[in-house]
Design a binder for this molecule. Structure first.
Ligand SMILES: Cc1cc2nc3c(=O)[nH]c(=O)nc-3n(C[C@H](O)[C@H](O)[C@H](O)COP(=O)(O)O)c2cc1C
Length: 380
């Protein structure tokens, strides 16, 4: 039975923990009372009605901003964007200089409205009701404006970034095109063209580009705009040496022999690469590379450390291999037999032999990569 259905007494800590799963945005509620500006960070904001346009906020009855709203009868809801976490902190504590350094304009009844907020709604209180420690203000929205941007998210007591599912999909698909070198190496990457090709809005392509720049796969040229970062032998060697360093670390940290079920599964993965090979040549490059990647990911996964697996993925070894194999007709397989020897050494718990085999395998892979890069004229 999970905690949702358990019949345990509902104490404050449990309630706070469970309600914290409801993700919200973050706003600063501002008002002006007796010639003084007040503001407080609030997540208890909800739309109430469209006709008439109304919203509600909940404020602690002991908070000075609550009292100021109660007296002035007007407030603004300033929705924060993902880079305005500092404003959320600034307005969350009782301090006198909350508005210092914050640009404001004046709204309904002289209420301060944060000039850089993602969205601002100016409101007049119609009704209020007390519930527990808080007062709910029901208010009519008399002015509203918003700009482009991503809201600051608040989830389980922490600030975060809200990601649109379409942005993540666009990133994954664009990354695949980039690592497989399915885009022009020397031309510019046109955002509108890519948006059409991926059936996604340009904003999602911009999001993907920003992430790919962070990964070093895409660069920004002052004249051409977004461009693929060329992959050369040195970059390829660095990626595979990085993988080796991780794998040696995993091997050194493992205690003794591997469990038989793990070895069995790992052998199946190693064998699956062979189904993409015919007569010593690779018949299906994508399938083959996916199987090779699974082999190495399984090895690294033995450490049970998701951060290591993440770092391995970022090295993009599979992208380097795809790029080196691209354009070669039915390339030959390399060092597939190494995989079985590595598994056997792991299974036997022979750390020295594992380290030796991993190092040899890395040398084989780098050699085969260099041949592919040479074949492509030195750059991928
Ligand atoms: C993310 C976040 C959300 C908050 N939401 C609310 C809220 O909805 N209502 C409330 O009364 N206080 C909320 N608070 C706490 C107030 O911001 C805090 O009590 C503040 O000191 C009130 O300002 P004042 O003391 O100037 O009135 C929140 C704080 C944070 C950090």
């Amino acid at each position: 039975m999970d905690r949702l259905t358990e019949a345990e007494p509902l104490d404050q800590a449990l309630y706070r923990h469970v309600i914290g799963h409801f993700m919200s945005g973050v706003a600063v509620i501002t008002t002006r009372d007796g010639g003084v500006d007040h503001g407080m960070t609030a997540s208890a904001v909800s739309s109430l009605s469209l006709d008439p346009p109304m919203l509600l906020i909940c404020a602690h009855t002991k908070a000075p901003t609550h009292t100021a709203v109660h007296r002035s009868g007007a407030f603004a809801v300033n929705v924060l964007d993902e880079d305005q976490g500092h404003l959320a902190a600034q307005f969350a504590g009782p301090r006198a200089d909350k508005f210092s350094g914050v640009a404001c304009r004046r709204g309904v009844r002289d209420v301060p409205v944060l000039a850089d907020a993602l969205a601002a709604l100016e409101c007049e209180v119609i009704e209020d009701v007390v519930g527990g420690t808080h007062r709910v203000f029901l208010a009519r929205v008399v002015g509203a404006r918003a700009r482009e941007g991503v809201p600051l998210a608040y989830f389980r007591g922490r600030f975060g970034r809200f990601e649109l599912a379409q942005d993540i999909t666009a990133y994954e698909r664009l990354r695949e095109l980039v690592v497989n070198r399915a885009l022009p190496l020397d031309g510019a990457l046109d955002v509108d063209d890519l948006a059409r090709r991926l059936h996604t809005p340009p904003s999602a392509v911009y999001y993907a580009m920003t992430r790919l720049i962070g990964e070093g796969l895409v660069g920004r040229d002052p004249e051409r705009g977004y461009v693929l970062v060329p992959l050369d032998a040195r970059a390829s060697d660095e990626a595979f040496d990085g993988r080796l360093a991780i794998e040696l670390g995993v091997a050194a940290a493992l205690p003794g022999r591997l469990d038989a079920a793990i070895v069995r599964r790992w052998r199946e993965i190693a064998r699956s690469a062979e189904s993409y090979v015919e007569g010593g040549r690779i018949a299906d490059v994508n399938g083959y590379l996916a199987a090779i990647e699974e082999f190495h990911e399984y090895l690294i996964g033995l450490a049970g450390n998701p951060t290591l697996t993440d770092i391995y993925r970022k090295l993009n070894t599979s992208g380097f291999m795809a790029a080196a194999l691209r354009g070669r007709n039915a390339p030959g397989v390399h060092a597939l037999a190494d995989h079985y020897q590595i598994i056997d050494a792991f299974a036997a718990g022979d750390a020295a032999e594992v380290a030796r085999l991993l190092t040899v395998h890395n040398a084989h892979t780098k050699q085969s990569q260099r041949e592919g890069i040479h074949h492509a004229g030195g750059r991928l």
